[in-house]
Design a protein around this ligand. Structure first.
Ligand SMILES: [Zn+2]
Length: 198
């Protein structure tokens, strides 16, 4: 049996961003062909049961805990608002007022607090008894405080929209994969130019 990998593992995303990365990419809209097979994509948390399984695998649910209907709605709102915010290229985010408001509103359901260990390690964690998916927002705060939120971007290809973590030194990549999405976009632009000439 194949052991399935989290996308964050497959694409070697830093562990401190992994949960946020995997969560926003539970919606996979990518369309490409790899070794002759079309990528299926889909929604990993399409139902409350699937979200429950996803959270359990990530250690975000205790054995007897379940995902209630309102938790599920809140999770989808969180994902939608994160994706809408990240859809804007970093330089456009200061003007993305609608997305900013939507994300602020969605985060209300995920209250966070400080957790300080006996050894003095400080962490932002979900308030006990609230939805543990708040850890996703904790990772976002970590990205902001380390100046790396601009590295989390949506692939510029319309047939992709995968959210990728740009590890390049200048952090100026537009595509999750230059060999797949970058090439496809360049080929299309070339064809469009050719058509324009005729
Ligand atoms: Zn892409």
């Amino acid at each position: 049996m194949l052991v399935s990998m989290w996308p964050s593992e497959k694409y070697a995303v830093p562990t401190e961003v992994a949960l946020l990365y995997d969560f926003v990419n539970t919606l996979d809209q990518r369309r490409y062909v790899e070794s002759g097979a079309a990528h299926a994509g889909g929604d990993e948390i399409e139902t409350p049961r699937l979200l429950e399984a996803w959270m359990r695998e990530r250690g975000l649910l205790h054995r007897r805990e379940h995902v209630a209907a309102d938790d599920y709605t809140a999770a989808l709102e969180l994902r939608t608002s994160l994706r809408n915010f990240l859809l804007n290229p970093p330089e456009d985010r200061p003007q993305a007022k609608e997305a900013a408001r939507q994300l602020t509103a969605a985060s209300r359901k995920f209250p966070l607090m400080l957790s300080v260990s006996d050894e003095g390690a400080v962490e932002v964690v979900p308030v006990p008894g609230t939805n543990a998916l708040g850890r996703v927002l904790g990772q976002m705060i970590d990205l902001v405080s380390t100046g790396r939120l601009a590295r989390l971007k949506t692939c510029a290809s319309d047939e992709c929209h995968w959210i990728f973590f740009d590890r390049s030194k200048p952090a100026n990549r537009h595509w999750c994969s230059s060999s797949i999405c970058g090439n496809r976009q360049k080929t299309r632009a070339y064809r469009e130019r050719q058509r324009g000439i005729r």
